[in-house]
Ligand binder design. Sequence first.
Ligand SMILES: N[C@@H](CCC(=O)N[C@@H](CS)C(=O)NCC(=O)O)C(=O)O
Length: 229
Amino acid sequence: MAVLLYDLATADDRRLSPFCWRTRMALAHKQIAHETVAVSFTGIRGIGDGSYRRVPVVCDEGYWIDESSAIADRLEATRSNAPSLFGGSAGRALSVFVDAWATRLMMPIGRIVVPDIHKLVAAEDHPYFEQSRRTWLGTNYDAMRAQRGEDLERIRRALAPVRSIVAAQPFIGGETPLYADYQVFGLFQWARTTCDVALIERDDPMHPWLERCLDLYDGLGRSCPAYDW
Ligand SMILES: N[C@@H](CCC(=O)N[C@@H](CS)C(=O)NCC(=O)O)C(=O)O
């Protein structure tokens, strides 16, 4: 197999990483045949030459690369005959903006999903996962759960700009998706593969967009266990 994607997985093979989902969707968008290699949190250090601390990591015909945005750039540059991930320089700039915007949602979503992810990760990951997430989020699982309602409100308010776009057109990219869609979709995959708290309600105008993203590439987003919000 020419292309391998090292993809974060829980003990029951839920593919939970928002960043790996960006890359998985980008690979499908670019019509690149690939295989995924499931890794646990503590398994990341065993990838390649042992220097990686985060996934996604891709081995593209022997060329190793990490960082989801760098991977997207490489796929765009090396597969110029396949559909574009950005649709030109304006779409590439849009993705930089969406990356920064999505990063601001990581903490409130993290506080919602992390206590549930703890129950799903491999047993050998438990001590590392609890300590690292406590450091990142600055609080313990009970306090995260207590804050869920407030975080949910914050997330739903923060989704307003994307909501208004996808209420008016099928995808952020227009009639068809761009990488910006996958950047936002990754956040939803992180949550729906691990947590029964729905980030959006069924009557939210973002819900049809989420369904459209889930339908892409023969239902790729539905290919691992997840909650049906
Ligand atoms: N900026 C990186 C972020 C990647 C990242 O944070 N990946 C998480 C999974 S979502 C990870 O590998 N975490 C490993 C850990 O926390 O030990 C990217 O865009 O690829």
